[in-house]
Write a protein that binds this ligand. Structure first.
Ligand SMILES: Nc1ncnc2c1ncn2[C@@H]1O[C@H](COP(=O)(O)OP(=O)(O)OP(=O)(O)O)[C@@H](O)[C@H]1O
Ligand SMILES: [Mg+2]
Length: 300
């Protein structure tokens, strides 16, 4: 009798345990996870690192002041678009960030991950993870793509305290990255950019980016010269290659590249200054209305 009652009681407890366990796994755990996600993820994004911080940057070339007080902060994982009229200073800004020696910084600062970027030479900036895709890529006759890429990659590895990449691994990496941007193998067996078409040069820039896996990529009118299909391949390749913490500054005159790259922030650069900043809708507005309305806003 006692045993029977105990057995009955045990069965009832087990029956109770099953729904309790169900509630625990189906409701309490997901709700707890959701609570912590809601609470901590915004906190994390609020505390995102300032990867690049440009403050009151003035720069000149040939004695002429081009940048007249640029302020721009790019945080980890952000894509910033920079738009503006021809001659506004967009390429100058990208050249100054990578340390082109022809440009003289006369005032202001650039901080990279807390370090003074302006005190680093161009090679060190590249090894730190800054990559510029040139508006007009240069041809380097006599230097094969393979040797060029191997030298660049291994120099970066040396800076990071790593051994050179074994030849087999390097060629495998070349093949893998080449396929992401659909770069013809015939091109990688030639000299850097020599005789490449305009579009092939731009595609080659993104291939180099793919090989070097930068933290910050600056695309200076990468879309110009690309046909519609090539633009899609390059932009999709760029998106595939992005890591959550990597950032980009995308200089362009057209909305179509931004449709693929989905910038978080859009800036307008006029006469050496960022005069307006907004969301992706600003790029769409510029596409339809041009820049006159922004120039009028500045005058007022
Ligand atoms: N070596 C130089 N000597 C004198 N002026 C220069 C030199 N290089 C650039 N500039 C001038 O600096 C200004 C800004 O040029 P920059 O290439 O930065 O413009 P941009 O905004 O990139 O224009 P685009 O949209 O046409 O590419 C231009 O007026 C240009 O002529
Ligand atoms: Mg330019």
């Amino acid at each position: 009798m006692g045993n029977a009652a105990a057995g009955d009681c045990h069965r009832r407890t087990r029956r109770l345990e099953v729904p309790l366990a169900k509630v625990f796994f189906s409701k309490i755990i997901p709700e707890t996870v959701a609570f912590f996600t809601d609470f901590f993820v915004p906190l994390r994004s609020k505390s995102k690192n300032d990867m690049l911080k440009i403050e009151n940057l003035h720069a000149s070339i040939g004695g002429k002041e081009i940048l007249k007080g640029i302020n721009l902060t790019v945080r980890d994982g952000e894509v910033h678009a920079v738009m503006g009229l021809n001659g506004a200073g967009k390429s100058t800004l990208s050249n100054v960030i990578v340390g082109h020696p022809a440009y003289i910084v006369t005032e202001g600062s650039i901080t990279w991950d807390g370090k003074d970027l302006l005190s680093l030479n161009p090679e060190e900036r590249a090894h730190e993870g800054i990559f510029l895709s040139f508006q007009q890529p240069v041809e380097i006759p006599g230097v094969s793509m393979v040797n060029f890429m191997r030298a660049a990659l291994n120099a970066k590895r040396k800076y990071q305290g790593l051994e050179p990449m074994p030849a087999g691994d390097f060629l495998k990496l070349m093949r893998e990255k080449r396929s992401i941007v659909e770069l013809d193998s015939k091109l990688t067996s030639r000299s850097v950019n020599e005789g490449f078409s305009g579009g092939e040069k731009k595609r080659n820039e993104i291939f180099q980016m793919a090989m070097l896996e930068p933290k910050l990529t600056i695309l200076d009118e990468t879309d110009s010269g690309l046909d519609v299909d090539a633009l899609r391949v390059v932009a999709e390749g760029f998106n595939k290659l992005r890591r959550p913490e990597s950032s980009a500054i995308v200089i362009t005159h057209y909305q179509r590249l931004l449709d693929y790259l989905k910038p978080d922030i859009v800036h307008v650069l006029i006469d050496g200054r960022i005069v307006k900043t907004g969301g992706p809708e600003l790029a769409a507005e510029i596409e339809s209305r041009g820049f006159d309305w922004i120039k009028n806003e500045i005058k007022d």
